[in-house]
Design a protein around this ligand. Structure first.
Ligand code: DC
Length: 460
């Protein structure tokens, strides 16, 4: 299977220069799809076709024969047997290409050619609709932008060096017009593809832009190959939330505590594996470095223990105050496991503060937003506290699902503990503790738990 990298963006953002540089370095084939539209514009101009007249352009396409050839790794466009690579670089052709590219017949005429080359080679392909239409399953998608003024400044310099008499104002007007055409056409308009990494090069030099893209590509390819190989450890490395986790007052566990915790975890896991058919899935989604909220459905008193078994450090969790009045060894044990007391039914606000403190010192926090256990396994509505905590602490939320049939699991019954993909604080759009927004956030978190539950109850 070939590797496909799609780079889209407006004219003059630096796509072709950078894509060419990277393709050479990575030994990939570089495909400049703009050149294809440009060649069609040239063909139409040569044949006296009015490019505003879609029907006429569509009719003339039958005479167009375009091939791509490579000379020392550099793309050459052969139009009806003639190498037109240089001829298509004029402002007149740029404008013509923008016009013909809005015609659906032109786009479908070029689609197979582009798909075909991508299927046969490792490629970096640049254009406007590569990530959205031509290669929606590309391994990496980049959306490269820059302000219109910056792009005009660069293009002006380039043209000026070639002896072109256009003024800066003319170049800027041309870029604005082309931006308008490219983003407003009905078929395959220029827009950021889903899952694309956006890079703004306005304030970056060419080298810095290339570096940023190279890093984005490397990161995505690594993640892709880890996903393909289903290597949880490699994927785990990619769960890099360090920049957004404000661990203000890190407190590490002592080695002795971690040692005993690891042994305890292994023994307890073994006990549950013997007692039940106990399966943990989605371990790669756990952010082992701590400081995330693990939000789960609530089925039994043992949920906090079951949910902690795949995590290498103790998870903090709220427990009923009564439990702390029990026998001393038991209290010591649950404290050791990360429990802290909450006064039930009293609207204990201090618990929010304690929860945030736990996250700020680098602990994971396990929350059961429903508050009470669900006997039949149906997920309740959940309380907004989980959203408030995630909002105030600005931490990712990992959904968790505890699944088994019936009210209480019986001996050797199957239990699935599943972890879902972490939701980043920016995805949750948490910016304030406004109640309406919090409700939305809570809904999103509950939605991801519900999805995970649905997905896994089917496997019971
Ligand atoms: O990237 P460029 O400036 O050489 O592209 C010329 C024109 O072709 C541009 O106005 C938009 C259009 N184009 C397109 O619509 N889809 C592509 N994949 C590539 C270019």
């Amino acid at each position: 299977m070939s590797i496909n990298i799609a780079i889209d963006g407006p004219s003059g953002a630096g796509k072709s220069t950078i894509a060419k540089m990277l393709a050479r370095k990575m030994e990939y084939v570089y495909v400049d799809t703009g050149a294809l539209y440009r060649s069609i514009a040239l063909y139409m101009i040569r044949n006296g076709v009015d490019m505003q007249n879609s029907a006429e352009v569509a009719e003339k396409l039958s005479g167009v024969d375009i091939r791509l050839a490579y000379e020392n790794g550099s793309q050459q466009v052969i139009l009806c047997g003639e190498n037109v690579s240089e001829l298509i670089r004029t402002p007149e052709i740029s404008m013509g290409a923008s016009k013909v590219s809005a015609i659906p017949e032109v786009r479908s005429f070029l689609l197979d050619l582009q798909k075909d080359i991508a299927q046969k080679n490792n490629i970096i392909m640049d254009g406007r609709d590569i990530g959205t239409v031509v290669l929606p399953n590309a391994d990496v998608k980049i959306f490269l932008t820059a302000s219109a003024e910056k792009r005009a400044e660069r293009r002006y310099k380039e043209l000026h060096e070639k002896g072109d008499p256009s003024t800066y104002e003319e170049v800027l007007a041309d870029i604005n017009r082309r931006d308008y055409n490219d983003t407003h056409r009905e078929t395959a308009p220029l827009k950021k593809a889903e899952g694309a990494v956006e890079i703004d090069t306005s304030e970056l030099t060419l080298e810095q832009s290339a570096q940023a893209i190279a890093e984005a590509i490397e990161k995505r390819l690594k993640l892709k190959s880890a996903e393909k190989k289903q290597e949880p450890s490699a994927r785990r490395e990619m769960l890099d939330f360090s920049g957004i986790r404000p661990v203000t007052d890190p407190k590490k566990y002592s080695r002795v505590k971690l040692f005993f915790y690891t042994i305890l975890r292994a023994i307890v896991t073994l006990v549950y594996k013997i007692k039940f058919k106990f399966v943990i899935v989605g371990k790669e989604n756990i952010v082992q470095t701590g400081s995330v909220v693990i939000a789960s459905n609530h089925r039994t008193d043992r949920d906090p223990i079951w949910g902690s078994l795949a995590v290498r450090t103790p998870c903090s969790y709220m427990a009923k105050e009564e439990l702390f009045k029990g026998p001393k060894p038991f209290v010591a044990l649950i404290k050791f496991m990360g429990a802290f007391p909450v006064e039930r039914g009293s609207g204990d606000t201090g618990v929010i503060g304690t929860s945030i403190e736990k996250l700020q010192i680098g602990r994971n926090l396990m929350i059961f937003p429903e508050g009470t256990r669900s006997k039949d396994g149906k997920l309740g509505k959940g309380k907004t506290g989980v959203a408030l905590i995630a909002a105030l602490a600005q931490v990712p939320v990992v959904p968790m699902a505890i699944c088994f049939k019936g009210e209480k699991p019986k001996f050797r019954q199957k239990i699935i503990i599943a972890y879902g993909k972490a939701i980043r604080p920016d995805e949750l759009k948490i910016s304030s503790s406004d109640l309406r927004q919090l409700k939305e956030v809570k809904k999103k978190i509950m939605g991801s738990i519900a999805e995970l539950v649905d997905e896994n109850v089917n496997k019971l």
